[in-house]
Design a protein around this ligand. Structure first.
Ligand code: ADP
Ligand code: ZN
Ligand code: ZN
Length: 750
C-alpha cells in the first residue's frame, strides 16, 4: 500500500463537503492548514481553503493541487472552526462561510504602501529638558520634539500636520540622533491627519461600577460566558465597554466591539480611539485600501481593539478576551444574504473557542437574550438610570383617529405636535421627526375603481417620488413614469395616498417656513460621508428640524433636542410578522432615547391609529420588563422564539406552479423527517413540539419576476430543528427552475 497524504479542501460552493486533493512535491513544503490553494474543480479551476489532511481518501482518483496561494496561513485554526460551525448551523458550505469571513479586498490582495514613522530615540523626560535650548536656535525642531514627547510614535504626514514642520527639520533631528525615521506599512491612512485627544476613564456611577466589577471578575476567569448589560439609553453603557476593554488589554488580550452600521459614526470611533492607541475599524464605508490596511493591521497584531459592523466578528485577531455587542437586539447583525448568519450568535461561538467573555448591551434586549438571562444562561446586570440621573423623556401618545380632517386631506401632523413644535422651535431648541417610510406617497390608487399601482415584477405597491418624478418599487428599484390616468379604467382620478418623508418635508416646510429643515433618508444621503455631514450640521445647531427614517433613530446625542415626534408608529405595528410588536417597542425606545439628554429635558410625541397596542403603551411608560412579560406570554403559547427555534425555507422561481409543487415536495420531506426523528406524525405537533407551517405564498408573493412560496419549520429546540432540516440539506438548492433558501433563526418572515 502506498502511503499518501491528501489535503482536505473546502470550496466556495453551497455544499458542506471536504474535497480531497493530492499534494504534488512542489507544494509539499508550502501547504498548510488555513492557506488558500488553487485546485481543478469540475472542468475549471477554483480557489479553496485547506482545512486538514488525511491519509485515506474516499475517492478513487484524486487530482493534484495546482498551487498554494498564501505564504502564511490567512486563517487561524479558531477561525476555521468558527466557519465550520457557521456552515453546519446555517446550512451553507464550509468554504462559503470562509469566503464570507474574509473581506474581498484581502482575497484579491491589494499591495500595501509604506509610510515613514517617527519616534524619539531617547526617553521623553530627557528630551523635554533639551527642548528650551533647541527652541532658541531651531523652533521648528523644538516643536517636533514637543509633539513627539506627547504622542510617542507618529507618521510623518500626521506629524507635519500637527507641528507644521518640513522634512528638513526631521532629517536634522535624525542626524543629531534625537529621532528615528522608519518605514512601516501604511496602515493608518484611515486616521491620517486626525489627532485624538487622549481621555481617561470617567468616574463611574454606582450602577456602572457594579457592571464593571462583574465584567472584570468574569474576564479574569478566562472562560466563555455571556453577560447581558441592560441599560436605558444614556445610562453610560459605552463607558462600561471602554473600561472592560481597558481591563482586557491589561491582561494582554484583545477585544472586538460590534455595533450596528448606523451607530458607527466618527463620534463613536473617536470615543474608542481617544481611549486606546491601537484601534482598528471595519465597516462598509471604508475604501478598499483602508479596508485592506485595517485587516492586515489586525492580522499583523497591531490592534488591541477592533470596532466594526457585523463582519468584524471575523476580525483576524489572536487572543480575543472580550466581544462586546452593542444594541444586540438590532437586526442588522443578521446577514440577509447567504450565509444568513447572526453575528451575535457567531460571536458566542467564537468566544467559546477563545475562552472569551461576551457582553451584550441594549436598552431593549431581544427577547431571546432577555429570556436567556432570566433562566440563568447569561448573567444580567442593569443600568436603570441615565447618567446624572436625568429623567427619561415624557412620552405622549396621540390617537390619530380623533384628529379632524383638514379640508379633504388627511392630517399627518396632529394639532398637538404642531403646537409643541412651535414652542420648541421658538426657544431655539431642536426637533427630531421620525417616519419610517421614504418617498412622497406609498400608494397610488384610482379613486374610481380602486386600482392600486403595483410593481410589474413584484407584489409590492409602487411609491411615488416627486423629486424624481417617477414611481419606484422599493424592492427591485425599478421605476416607471407617473401614470396620468388609471391603467385599469382610464379614469383621470389617480390619487396619491399615504405619506413618506419626501411629502412630509414639503408639508413641514410649508408649516414652518422660517426654520431650517433637513431630510435624512436613503434618497438624500447617498454620498460616502453625507450622513456624517448631516449629523454634524445638526449637532452644530445649523438645522432646526431633522426629519428622517430609522437612520436618525440611533446614536444621536444632542442636548438641544428637546422634542421627538414619531409621525406614525403604525408602519411597523401592522407588519405581518411575529416580531412586529418587539420592533415597535424597540424603535420607540430608541427614538425616545434621542432626547432629554441635556438639562433642558425632553419630550416625545407618538402619533398612531393603534394607541391601545401594548408595544406602544409599554414604550410610553419606558417599561421594558412589562413589555417583555406580555410579549413572552404570546410567544410561549405558540412556542415562537425564545421558546422555540424557527427556520424559514423560501422557494423562488419564474413559474408559480413549479414553485408551488417544489414547496409541497420539500414540505413532504420535512414532515417525513419529523416522523422519523420523533416517531410522531405532524398531527401530534402539540405533543412533540415540532411542526411545519405551510407551504404558502410568501407575504410578498413575487419579487423581481419570481414567485415566492415559503415554509416555516418550528421546533422547541435547536437540535430538533437541525435534525429535520438535515433531510433537505442536500437538495439541489440552485436549480434553474426553483431556488431554495434556508434561513435559520430568520428575522423577517415577509
Ligand atoms: P449609552 O451607551 O448607555 O446610551 P453612553 O455611554 O453614550 O450611554 O453615555 C451617555 C453620556 O453620558 C455620554 O455623553 C457619556 O460621555 C456620559 N457618561 C457616561 N458615563 C459617565 C460617567 N460615569 N460620568 C460622567 N459622564 C458619563
Ligand atoms: Zn381606475
Ligand atoms: Zn419591484
Amino acid at each position: 500500500m502506498t502511503y499518501e497524504r491528501f489535503a482536505e479542501i473546502v470550496l466556495d460552493i453551497p455544499l458542506n463537503k471536504k474535497f480531497h486533493y493530492k499534494i504534488p512535491p512542489s507544494s509539499i513544503n508550502q501547504i498548510e492548514i488555513g492557506k488558500r490553494v488553487r485546485v481543478p474543480f469540475g472542468g475549471r479551476t477554483a480557489v479553496g481553503y485547506c482545512v486538514g489532511f488525511t491519509d485515506i481518501s474516499d475517492v478513487k482518483t484524486t487530482k493534484d493541487i495546482i498551487h498554494v496561494i498564501d505564504k502564511e496561513p490567512i486563517l487561524n485554526s479558531k477561525m476555521l472552526r468558527v466557519a465550520e460551525w457557521l456552515a453546519n448551523f446555517y446550512f451553507c458550505g464550509w468554504g462559503e462561510a470562509l469566503e464570507t469571513s474574509l473581506p474581498s479586498v484581502v482575497k484579491r490582495g491589494i499591495k500595501t504602501r509604506t509610510i515613514s514613522v517617527v519616534r524619539l530615540c531617547k526617553d521623553g523626560a530627557s528630551v523635554k529638558e533639551m527642548i528650551p535650548t533647541i527652541k532658541k536656535k531651531a523652533p521648528k525642531q523644538a516643536r517636533v520634539l514637543e509633539v513627539l514627547t506627547e504622542v510617542g510614535e507618529i507618521t510623518v504626514p500626521e506629524l507635519a500636520s500637527i507641528s507644521k514642520c518640513n522634512t528638513d527639520s526631521l532629517y536634522r533631528l535624525r542626524d543629531r540622533g534625537l529621532i528615528t525615521l522608519n518605514k512601516r506599512k501604511a496602515n493608518d491612512s484611515l486616521f491620517a491627519g486626525k489627532h485624538f485627544k487622549k481621555t481617561c476613564h470617567l468616574q463611574s456611577t454606582g450602577e456602572q461600577e457594579i457592571a464593571i466589577r462583574l465584567i472584570k471578575r468574569k474576564l479574569r476567569e478566562r472562560q466563555y460566558d455571556t453577560i447581558l448589560l441592560k441599560g436605558v439609553t444614556g445610562s453610560g453603557k459605552t463607558e462600561v465597554y471602554l473600561q472592560a476593554i481597558s481591563e482586557v488589554i491589561s491582561m494582554g488580550r484583545k477585544a472586538i466591539v460590534l455595533v450596528p452600521e448606523i451607530s458607527l459614526t466618527s463620534q463613536t470611533i473617536e470615543r474608542f480611539k481617544s481611549r486606546f492607541d491601537r484601534v482598528a475599524v471595519m465597516h462598509s464605508s471604508l475604501t478598499d485600501r483602508q479596508r485592506s490596511d485595517q485587516w492586515w493591521d489586525i492580522k499583523n497584531g497591531n490592534a488591541d481593539v477592533v470596532i466594526g459592523t457585523r463582519s468584524a466578528v471575523f476580525a483576524p485577531l489572536e487572543n480575543v478576551g472580550l466581544i462586546v455587542i452593542d444594541e444586540e437586539h438590532e437586526n442588522t447583525f443578521k446577514q440577509d444574504t447567504s450565509p444568513r448568519y447572526n453575528a451575535r450568535d457567531v460571536s458566542m461561538i467564537r468566544a467559546e473557542y477563545e475562552n472569551a467573555l461576551v457582553v451584550l448591551g441594549s436598552a431593549t434586549p431581544s427577547l431571546e437574550s432577555f429570556y436567556n438571562a432570566g433562566i440563568g444562561k447569561y448573567e444580567c446586570v442593569t443600568l436603570k438610570n441615565r447618567v446624572g440621573n436625568k429623567p427619561l423623556p415624557r412620552v405622549e401618545v396621540i390617537d390619530m383617529r380623533l384628529e379632524k380632517y383638514r379640508g379633504k386631506n388627511q392630517k399627518y401632523i396632529s394639532d398637538y405636535l404642531e403646537l409643541c413644535m412651535k414652542q420648541c422651535l421658538s426657544k431655539k431648541e431642536q426637533v427630531l421627526l421620525f417616519l419610517n417610510r421614504r418617498g412622497f406617497s406609498p400608494f397610488i390608487s384610482c379613486r374610481r375603481c380602486g386600482f392600486v399601482l403595483k410593481c410589474k415584477r413584484c407584489d409590492i405597491s409602487m411609491t411615488y417620488h416627486k423629486q424624481k418624478d417617477a414611481v419606484i418599487c422599493h424592492y427591485c428599484f425599478s421605476d416607471e413614469s407617473v401614470p396620468v390616468k388609471c391603467p385599469e379604467c382610464c379614469s383621470p382620478g389617480i390619487s396619491f395616498l399615504g405619506v413618506g418623508t419626501e411629502r412630509m418635508e414639503e408639508d413641514i416646510r410649508a408649516m414652518f417656513p422660517k426654520y431650517e429643515l433637513l431630510r435624512m433618508d436613503s434618497d438624500t444621503m447617498r454620498g460616502r460621508d453625507s450622513h456624517e455631514k448631516a449629523l454634524s450640521a445638526f449637532g452644530r445647531g445649523d438645522i432646526d428640524i431633522l426629519l428622517g427614517t430609522q437612520m436618525i433613530a440611533k446614536g444621536l446625542d444632542i442636548p438641544n433636542v428637546t422634542l421627538v415626534g414619531v409621525l406614525s408608529a403604525d408602519t411597523i405595528v401592522n407588519m405581518p410578522d411575529f416580531r412586529a410588536g418587539e420592533r415597535t417597542f424597540q424603535l420607540l425606545c430608541q427614538v425616545a432615547g434621542r432626547t432629554g439628554r441635556g438639562h433642558k429635558g425632553g419630550r416625545v410625541i407618538v402619533q398612531t391609529y393603534n394607541p391601545e397596542h401594548y408595544s406602544i403603551k409599554y414604550a410610553a411608560l419606558h417599561d421594558y420588563d412589562g413589555f417583555a412579560k406580555k410579549e413572552l406570554e404570546y410567544r410561549k403559547q405558540l412556542y415562537y422564539p425564545p421558546y422555540g427555534r424557527l427556520a424559514r425555507i423560501v422557494l423562488r422561481g419564474k413559474k408559480d406552479q413549479d414553485v408551488k409543487e417544489r414547496a409541497a415536495d420539500i414540505a413532504e420531506k420535512l414532515k417525513e423527517a419529523i416522523r422519523l426523528t420523533t416517531g410522531m406524525a405532524q398531527s401530534d405537533r402539540y405533543k412533540n413540539k415540532v411542526e411545519i407551517l405551510g407551504p404558502a405564498p410568501a407575504p410578498i408573493a413575487r419579487v423581481k419576476d419570481k414567485y415566492r412560496w415559503h415554509l416555516i419549520a418550528k421546533a422547541d429546540n435547536s437540535e430538533k430543528l437541525r435534525a429535520i432540516l438535515k433531510s433537505i440539506e442536500n437538495e439541489n438548492r440552485h436549480s434553474k427552475r426553483v431556488q431554495i433558501m434556508i434561513d435559520v433563526d430568520p428575522y423577517m418572515l415577509l
